[in-house]
Design a protein around this ligand. Structure first.
Ligand code: T6T
Length: 316
């Protein structure tokens, strides 16, 4: 289905395209990872802004769940419509490759945004947060929150095979094993399937099993939301520090309420802008940057009102 967005800041006054290059007037599709996720809503705002500037006709779509079995049929429909460019956040490193390869082979310029596939022949450009670094930053934030106190920490992710969150887990685990050796990983990473309810159940079961748990790293918006709710319902907000990824309006509320202590915020708006830019470059035969790593920043209760930080809070 088509994703409707109400939340973009009004940034009218862009170039209406009288002097734009050959990408002007072409059809671009943005296939987000999942509909209604503030991360992708913000990415869409950035993509729309750049599309407007370049005179590109941008359509946005996304599956109802973050699941390749739902996203792939939408990709097959995109293949049939043959856009000049496809910006896509693939749902799975393996399962998403087949439809994307077909689309690329048919002549559409494919740009991977946020997530990737294993097959490196896919994508003229890949634009994503440095997710491994983001995971390491989460470990550092947790260590600071605990002031070096030793203890067990748990990682709650969405699904294995999602490049973004897998890299965050790897970065977090590496930092715990090499730098913050005061921590021990509580158990294997647990998977919420991107459901806040499941994340809440996971943390509550772990709190029962490991009363000595001191911290949790939840690798994306919905895992973090559910984890924080679960810790709060268990009445353990004072004992367990929660570090989440992503900074939607609800995550900021949880930070304010003290249910989450730190967030790693991405810059999805920038990913959207750069995605359209690189796709246009590919169409116009200009130099394309094959890999772009975008930044992340730590948001806490202390810095969240600073305009330099609050400008990165996602739209919903
Ligand atoms: O964390 C983002 C995104 O980077 C990830 O690939 C999937 O989950 C989010 O969209 C947040 O829900």
């Amino acid at each position: 289905g088509v994703l409707l967005v109400a939340g973009c800041a009004d940034e009218s006054g862009g170039d209406t395209g009288s002097d734009s290059g050959s990408a002007s007037g072409k059809k671009f599709t943005l296939m987000v990872g999942v509909k209604g996720d503030p991360f992708y809503v913000s990415m869409e705002c950035g993509a729309k802004e750049k599309a407007k500037e370049l005179g590109v006709d941008l359509q946005v779509q996304g599956p109802d769940k973050f699941d390749a079995t739902l996203q792939n049929p939408l990709l097959d429909a995109v293949a049939a419509s043959k856009p000049a460019a496809l910006l896509v956040a693939p749902n799975d490193v393996k399962a998403s490759a087949t439809p994307l390869k077909r689309i690329q082979d048919a002549g559409t310029k494919v740009v991977l945004v946020d997530t990737t596939v294993d097959d490196t022949s896919i994508g003229a450009s890949r634009i994503a947060t440095d997710n491994k670094l983001g995971g390491a930053k989460a470990a550092e934030a947790l260590n600071e929150l605990l002031a070096g106190k030793p203890g067990k920490v748990l990682v709650i992710s969405t699904d294995p095979g999602v490049s973004s969150v897998d890299a965050r887990v790897a970065g977090f685990e590496e930092a715990v094993k090499t730098k913050f050796t005061n921590f021990t990983l509580a158990a294997a990473t647990q998977y919420s399937h991107n459901s806040p309810q499941t994340a809440a159940s996971i943390i509550q079961a772990e709190l029962q099993r490991s009363p000595d748990l001191v911290g949790v790293f939840a690798t994306n918006l919905f895992s973090a939301q559910g984890t924080a709710t679960g810790v709060r319902s268990a009445g353990k907000s004072n004992q367990v520090k929660v570090v989440g990824f992503d900074a939607g309006p609800d995550q900021i509320k949880q930070l304010e309420a003290g249910d989450v202590q730190a967030l790693v915020a991405q810059k999805p708006y920038d990913i959207g802008v750069q995605g359209v830019e690189q796709a246009a470059n590919a169409i116009e035969g200009k130099t394309v940057e094959t890999n772009i790593a975008t930044e992340s920043l730590i948001v806490t209760k202390d810095n969240m009102s600073d305009p330099e930080v609050s400008k990165y809070i996602y739209k919903d």
